[in-house]
Every structure is written in structure tokens, then in C-alpha cells.
Ligand binder design. Structure first.
Ligand code: PNS
Length: 169
């Protein structure tokens, strides 16, 4: 069974990586599918995001990384995927994810959405949180793969460890 794992991955976090590693043990093939969304202005462009994910998943032979545009269900059809994989962190994810799963089901009945519960240590983690911390000079080494942390520090022109906070009375 082929599973696609679609997302923005801007950037990939240790939470995403945890899902990818666990999914690679459950499915014959996992395709991490980076959404190329022309309406969003991402921190990293799509080729960069693909390279970042490739660099931290090289040890998983049944995992491939690629990008797509348009509807996820159409992309899944083209790839012959039977499963659309998503990670679930907290209850607030559930509403949006369930709506997406139901919508996708109306568009393609053969594609099953499968949720993997995010490991508890990553339940708070999101790409947005990582970007916000990095923006203010905080350390993100414990949140993203090593190669991604380096890219982020370079991008924000920061050097770890965390810069001293600027306090205005
Ligand atoms: O990492 P994200 O941003 O939460 O991923 C969201 C994603 C890419 C899975 C979702 O936005 C998506 O599938 N977009 C493609 C367009 C589409 O198929 N929309 C209908 C699903 S409701």
C-alpha cells in the first residue's frame, strides 16, 4: 500500500519526521508530498523543503519526497496511493483534519485518510512555532532536524545559542 503524507513542511519538524519514520514501518511506500501553494509566501521554497526532508530521511529506503500542486486527491490518484496520512497532535487539530478528511472522501471514495497520533513529546510542535522562535533568535535545535536548524539560523542571520532578549521598560 502506498501512503502519501501531504503538507506544507515549511520547515519539516521532528514531529513530522516522527510521523514519517513510523509510517515507513506501516506502509510499503510513503511519499512525503510537499504542497506547492502559490497563495502562501513560505520561508523556504519547495525545492529547498524537499532537499531538507531528503537530507533527514535518507535512512528510510521506502520513503520518497516530491511536490505537488492542486488537489491532494488528484495527486494521490496519479500516484496510486490508497492512504492519505496526517498527524494528529491535539484536539484542536481534530476539527480541521476531520473536515479535510470528509471533504477528500467526497472527492475520492477510494482514498482513506489515516491519522497517526503525534508522539507526546511533539504534541506542541508546529512549523509556525519553530519560525517564531527562530525569528527572535531562540534555539530550535531540539525541534527540527540538524540540517533544518542550520538553514533556519542562516535564513534569520542568527547564531545559536539564543540571543539576549531586548527588554524595554
Ligand atoms: O501542512 P498543512 O499546511 O497543514 O497541509 C495542508 C494540506 C496540504 C494537506 C491541505 O491544505 C491540502 O491538501 N491542500 C491541497 C488542496 C486540496 O486538496 N484541498 C482540499 C482538501 S480540504
Amino acid at each position: 500500500m502506498i501512503a502519501i503524507y501531504p503538507g506544507s513542511f515549511d520547515p519539516v519538524t521532528l514531529g513530522h519526521l516522527d510521523i514519517i519514520e513510523r509510517a515507513s514501518r506501516l506502509f510499503e511506500q510513503v511519499i512525503v508530498s510537499v504542497l506547492c501553494n502559490p497563495r502562501k509566501s513560505p520561508l523556504f521554497d519547495v525545492p529547498h523543503r524537499i532537499a531538507q526532508i531528503q537530507a533527514c530521511t535518507g535512512h528510510l529506503p521506502n520513503v520518497a519526497i516530491e511536490s505537488f500542486t492542486g488537489l491532494t486527491v488528484e495527486y494521490a490518484r496519479l500516484r496510486g496511493a490508497g492512504v492519505l496520512l496526517r498527524g494528529l497532535r491535539v484536539l484542536s487539530d481534530f476539527e480541521k483534519e476531520l473536515q479535510m478528511a470528509h471533504t477528500n472522501k467526497t472527492l475520492c471514495d477510494e482514498l482513506e485518510t489515516v491519522f497517526l497520533a503525534t508522539s507526546t513529546e511533539y504534541s506542541f510542535l508546529s512549523s509556525s512555532v519553530v519560525k517564531e522562535i527562530a525569528q527572535f533568535g531562540g534555539m530550535v535545535d531540539h525541534l527540527v532536524p540538524v540540517n533544518v536548524a542550520q538553514d533556519i539560523y542562516r535564513c534569520f542571520n542568527k547564531t545559536p545559542p539564543a540571543a539576549t532578549p531586548n527588554i524595554t521598560p
